[in-house]
Design a protein around this ligand. Sequence first.
Ligand SMILES: Cc1cc2nc3c(=O)[nH]c(=O)nc-3n(C[C@H](O)[C@H](O)[C@H](O)COP(=O)(O)OP(=O)(O)OC[C@H]3O[C@@H](n4cnc5c(N)ncnc54)[C@H](O)[C@@H]3O)c2cc1C
Length: 394
Amino acid sequence: MKFDIAIVGAGILGSFAAYHALKSGKKVLLIEASTKPHGATVRNFGQVVPSGMNLKLWRNLGRRSLELYGELATIMPDALWQNGSLYVASSLEEANLLEEMHEINRETNYVSKLLTSTQCHKKINLLKQSYCHGGLYYPQEMSAESSLLMKYFWKLLEDTKNLHFKKASPVIAVVEVKNGVQLRCSTGESFISEQVMICCGHQLSHLFPHLLQTEQLQLSKLQMLRTQKIKGVKIPGNLLTGLTIRRYEAFKSCPNYKNLPKPHIDPSYGKFGIHLLFRQSADGSIIIGDSHEYFTAQDSGSLDYEICQEINSLMLAEAKRILNLPYLNVARIWNGYYSQESSQGVLLKSTTENIHLITGIGGKGMTTGPALMERVVKGILDKIPLDECLIDES
Ligand SMILES: Cc1cc2nc3c(=O)[nH]c(=O)nc-3n(C[C@H](O)[C@H](O)[C@H](O)COP(=O)(O)OP(=O)(O)OC[C@H]3O[C@@H](n4cnc5c(N)ncnc54)[C@H](O)[C@@H]3O)c2cc1C
């Protein structure tokens, strides 16, 4: 059988590519190396936060992704919720930036609400008033319980008539042949498809390494913690803090971003790229993160998964500065990697007319991936050059 589109990799990008191709009535092959989701897509926070994205293309893709997640939320309500995002400022200067951002949101028609520190405290009663100088709330934003989301999403795809989902099948070669593109798996099986999309995440050493292991892509290693259930603590939605306001692209568009004074904080936070985010799961545990350490694309074949205790201590110290937690017992620590393209924010490269590489979306794949893949799949089916998928339509 010949497929219309074959997709290598079933993380958020590959899975949404399959979803959109199926919606277009295509015969789709989705091939995944592992037996269950295991990449960045299930190691993350699950924060769907267009509010943090650069204000042109990426915020718009984030906003469209909220709509696409909305389609899924009705059938998987315990994996996706619309509980909003709250940014809290740790200084008057950061609070001023939140006001500037609120004004930009008003002009660009994106709903946000400025909150006083008392109102923030009302939303999250454990928020320390010594930390919080005001907040900006985005009621439309969503959170995902990523591993549950992917479990349901894979099942939904598997149950769709025109999809052939091959798991435990690492693809080791993709080559043009007379009647299409051939994909060969390490299992010995091979398949033919008209078009192939390779959504391989941070695994840059297996397919087309000469095109992926370049300076255009770098790798980021992130470290995360999950606490045990903390009684009496309720953090609805995504909680983002002062260091995040300083880090996220969106805030760089605020007129006074460049005038922000340096934070009074141990320089090790900068060295490890730490900013503090929180998201509470349905079982009451809280995910706290994250840090960023950088590697070159050539390192992708020899990555380490070591936990750095110094990073844990720094993140926990900052968490205690922000929240008045009655106790803080860490239940799990893990890390994850993503690949990040340095100029356009994602790597979209066609190696031939029919083979397309899509990776390097960095730390915004859960927020913008669904809408990006809608454009990319349409572009491939309409034979539009992939670069055009990144034109800002606002
Ligand atoms: C710790 C952490 C926190 C994050 N938090 C957020 C957040 O809150 N919000 C947000 O928007 N983004 C977040 N991100 C970023 C987001 O998770 C990623 O951008 C996104 O998951 C990338 O998706 P992907 O499909 O490209 O890659 P992956 O999820 O890594 O999927 C790639 C898949 O391809 C498969 N594969 C690779 N090569 C082959 C092959 N040759 N054959 C077959 N299969 C193959 C792999 O097995 C894997 O399943 C976070 C990332 C991390 C690591």
